[in-house]
Design a binder for this molecule. Sequence first.
Ligand code: GLN
Length: 307
Amino acid sequence: MSRIDYQGVLDEIIDEVQSEFGKGHVASYIPALKRVPPRKFGMAAVTVDGDVFSVGDAFEAFSIQSISKVFTLSMALNAKGVALWQRVGREPSGDPFNSLVQLEHERGVPRNPFINAGALVITDCLVASTVNARRQIIDFIRRRSGNAGLCYDVEVARSEKTHGHLNAAMAYFLKSHDNLNSDVEAVLDVYFHQCAIAMSCVDLARGFLYLANGGDCPLSGVSVHERSRAKRINALMMTCGLYDSVGSFAFRVGMPAKSGVGGGIVGVIPRVLSVAVWSPELDPSGNSHVGTKALELFTTKTGMSVF
Ligand code: GLN
């Protein structure tokens, strides 16, 4: 197979997505996110051999939001093993990521670990199984991405906390169904902070390399997961990583990925690379509009997808 000119592909993509700006909306329900310039665009691809390709604002940090849920799921699976699946499901939600209705209908067992309710259960596992969950989470992500300087954006965390009534309602609802063991406010505090971690596209693409590489982190030399667990996390991203538009994302892009309302999306092509994109304008499901287009172009131009 001839070598792919990843840099050439990224250079083409940034030109071709220009006409897509202005069609989505920057998240406004978290006031601190509203301040981000809407036309930011960055993209980075990192191969499992460590080659880095980037374009645009790929080195600028932004709020990773729900992308953090992949890292916390990895940590919770390592802490709790398969017992975790008694508390959270593995099916796509087909509903918005912050839906309370579904949680009530299903008696406090969230559909999957990537909707907010599911992520709160995962965070509860970490709060219960570690002395300082906030520290453990940032350390895990620093090691995965090879960037010791990563930190929480405290202003975003505070903004989420002040406006996070729906998440608080969900957490108390989980508690009433005995599916949240720790103190509710402690879990919410960690959850709001994990969402408020600031990372660039390059950090994120590096950070997801262990999932592209069968569970082994090429940067730290650590085996994070056995191969079958990495496979399962990728499968969950494929089926649940883009909320209620996961089907059309699979149709258009064809790779396991996770989005966040900060406008980031990170995907992996197993055994080859991970790729991250950032563009803050969101579609109605809460996924980056331009970012989705950019990833669609990426898999089309490189001829690489999981299908
Ligand atoms: N912090 C956001 C929330 O709890 C995360 C949502 C997202 O990125 N989809 O609503």
